[in-house]
Design a protein around this ligand. Sequence first.
Ligand code: HEC
Length: 130
Amino acid sequence: MRIFPLPIVVASLLVLAACNVGSDDTSTLPTAFVAPPVVTAAPSRGAMLARDLCSGCHGESFSGATVGATSCPSLRALGAYSTTEFADLLRNGVARGGDQVDSFMSLNVEIDDNDIPVLLEYLKRAVAAR
Ligand code: HEC
C-alpha cells in the first residue's frame, strides 16, 4: 500500500472543509453568489437621441409644443420621410417637399451620420403609436 505524504493529506482535508461539500445551507454562501438586483432596461439609442435633441422643442411625446414665442409642430410628418429626406432636414433645414424650415433648427441639431436612421426609426414608431 502506498502512503501519501502527510502534508498533502492535511492540505486536502483543509480544502474539503473550506468547500463545505454536501451542505445545503445557502446562508454560508459568499455574497458573490447572491443574485444581483434586476436592472431596468436602458432606453434605446433612438429614444435617447430623440429626448436629447428634439423633445426640448417638439414636446416629450413629439406632438408639438411652444417654446417662448416659437411654435414647434408635431413630428407626425416624419412618418412619410425617407432617411435621405430626414438627413436633408437635419443637415440643411430642408423639409420633405423642399420647404426651407426655420434655419435655427438645423443649426441646433448635432448628430452623427450613423445616428440619423436610428433616430428616424424611433420617431416614426413614436408618432405612429398615437
Ligand atoms: C430649437 C428648437 C427645435 C429643435 C431642438 C428641433 N426642432 Fe424641429 N422644428 C422647430 C421649429 C420651430 C419648427 C417649425 C419651423 C417652421 O415651420 O419654419 C420645426 C419643424 C420641424 C419639422 C417639420 C418639417 C416639415 O415637414 O415642415 C420636423 C419634421 C422637425 N422639426 C423635426 C425635428 C427633429 C427630428 C428634431 C430633433 C433632431 C428637431 N426637429 C429639433 C424647432 C426645433
